[in-house]
Design a binder for this molecule. Structure first.
Ligand SMILES: [Zn+2]
Ligand SMILES: [Zn+2]
Length: 125
């Protein structure tokens, strides 16, 4: 079953068909700023097996790197780099069912925020 997803306002949609290359967390400073979140979870998905539609804006966050976002609501949509020409990295939490994927790897662990490990273990407020 293809996995569908959307931005916050719903104007941008995506469909990922077939198997992902990988699912993993990124702890890097750039992803943190791009998403304003302590951890960013990506789906590496092969080109030719995804579709994306809507008012997509593009930002060159560094040399050879493009980050897509919805021009309507500002939601981050994807990360694409010349270093990975055969795949696009989509934000897993855009999926209609983010629980349908299971991260199995993490990147830039050296940049992990000291409190990121406790995200689900704090007392309930
Ligand atoms: Zn939107
Ligand atoms: Zn990153």
């Amino acid at each position: 079953m293809p996995k569908s997803g959307r931005c916050l306002c719903g104007a941008c949609t995506l469909v990922l068909a077939g198997p992902h290359n990988w699912v993993g967390h990124c702890h890097c400073d750039s992803c943190r700023r791009a998403t304003a979140s302590p951890v960013t979870t990506f789906i590496g998905h092969p080109n030719g097996h995804w579709t994306m539609d809507g008012p997509i804006g593009r930002y060159a966050s560094s040399d050879g790197v493009e980050r897509g976002f919805c021009q309507g609501c500002g939601s981050p949509l994807y990360y694409r780099s010349k270093r990975y020409p055969d795949e696009v990295h989509f934000y897993a939490t855009l999926l209609d069912d983010p629980a349908a994927v299971s991260p199995t790897v993490q990147f830039h662990a050296g940049e992990t925020l000291p409190w990121a490990g406790a995200l689900t273990t704090l007392p309930h407020g």
